[in-house]
Design a protein around this ligand. Sequence first.
Ligand code: PRX
Length: 660
Amino acid sequence: MTEESSRDLENLLTEERRFPPSAEFAAQANVQADVYARASADRLGFWAEQARNLVSWSTPFTEVLDWSKAPVARWFGDGRLNACYNAVDRHVEAGLGDRVAIHFEGEPGDTRTLTYAELQREVSRAANALVALGVRTGDRVAIYLPMIPEAVIAMLACARIGAPHSVVFGGFSAEALNSRIVDAQATTVITADGGYRRGAPSALKPAVDEALTKEAGSIVQKVLVVRRTGQDVAWQDGRDVWWHEALEAASDQHAPVVVEAEHPLFILYTSGTTGKPKGIFHTTGGYLTQAAFTHLNVFDLKPETDVYWCTADVGWITGHSYIVYGPLVNGATQVIYEGTPDTPHRGRWWEIIAKYGVSILYTAPTAIRTCMKWGEEYPAAHDLSSLRILGSVGESINPEAWIWYRRVIGGDRTPIVDTWWQTETGAMMISPLPGVTTAKPGSAQKALPGIGADVVDDEAHSVPDGHGGYLVLTEPWPSMLRGIWGDPQRFQDTYWSRFPGLYFAGDGAKKDDDGDIWLLGRVDDVMNVSGHRLSTTEIESALVSHPSVAEAAVVGAADEMTGQAVVAFVILRATATAEGKSAEDVSTELRAHVAKEIGPIAKPRTILVVAELPKTRSGKIMRRLLRDVAENRAVGDATTLADSSVMDLIAAGLRAPSDG
Ligand code: PRX
């Protein structure tokens, strides 16, 4: 951490940047301050109580945690349950069938409301349809859908039959879909003709068709296709099946398949420090417990009256835990929106909040900063007085955006919860608790009750207050990942080897003088662009797979809007240089290539063509120096470079107008 940013941090901790909980809010909050002490006095007892209170078990568990096979945990191991039953059926059985589960708002303005009773019939039909297509308990199902109710229904239908789902974000490419299908050996794909994005239909089925011309084609038996946009689709008889036809033919009665607490619920691929994404897998009982506990208490949810909206996509872990499992297990009413915030106008989000009376909003700092840039007139034109809790996730929220969020969107009355967690943690880990903690703009603050987090130095010693280091988790937690699909060694190496006995999160962090935690960004080769995780190595591999590129180095450079932005340095092959293309043409071509290989979100913001890359004597690219260049800073210590003139060469090349 630089001296400058540490000074900024001090400034933020002044009295006027602290927001104590209002007495009125505190009096009605779901949790009280003693929750921390209760949880730390008997951590396992605390989680067992949450598991009993928040989740329904077909066979109650007697065992809470088995950590004897660390780092693979078993939580509530002898209990049996079904995740979909917990998310849907039990609410209907409790007489809440008429409660709205989902208010769906399509981008073109079409709407659909699903009560819990309707959701139960839909997931039952979908479960029967999957079984009729040959999907069995334990089989993997890939889901590649836009943000439509069918995405939730498909996930729940898989959970209902005990078939782990692997949701692939609709913005990922055919190539990315192929590799995820192959890694998980998914035999079925659920997709759509397309979805609406930025005012136009955006096709999805062609990417599935393309993915299935590759290795995935020999694994996938059936493709279920939701008709959303009515676009023309290519059809492979015998393999492709319309979702609506399959569901119409299916009964709306289906008995959920009871599974063990440790039965895999889903796999979700996320970027690591190598070119190959990691299939993070989560199981059932512990995951549901922590997703439900955190959703209920971090958002202070009152299921009878709140209208909750999480703007994430189900393609990310936030969509899994805080659109599908957390809210539905808690019997919440929620909004799901298909499209972009500025379609057809920049007030669309605020219009949706006013229309449905949204009371809890969960979104990402990038989105908040974008809305801030568009201006206050858009939120000001709508009645946002229904909002009572605001959440943030995906990256640290800068204090300016935090204060804008609270003042302009929350009308100065709403607690903000800045929630730190990861795909791997499955659910929130570090966050303020509304009504209990004093909020500090920019800090995720405190490990939640029952969670152990610390900041340590290189030798794994806990750092004193006022110091920085690496964020670690010190105790197993119910929703922790149970592994990387098919790669136990990588699981051990990535998370459990840096500091023996501690989970290494990959984030830098600092404790302030009160012991509150401030997240400082990744300390590995993972970037965070608009709250989305991208791997530098994965983008480098995509770049060098282009025939014009000899070598590539990618860094995440600070970006005002997206947090970080992808900046690529490439060395062209002699053949490509000879073609005499302009730097702009090369850049356009390479950006399109990365979009094709990974997906549009991975496209570099800037591509700089260079003659050399800075490397150590052992051949390791010094990304730190490239980051200095990308962020327009004076280049730091370059003495370990094999050839110390390289940085001068890069700087000179970047100044040359022909390299733009
Ligand atoms: O660097 C941290 C950042 O996002 C990473 C996890 O990314 P992912 O698995 O895609 O999950 C994102 C949604 C939970 C973390 O290692 N991150 C997430 N939330 C925060 C955050 N950084 C700072 N503050 C947060 N609230």
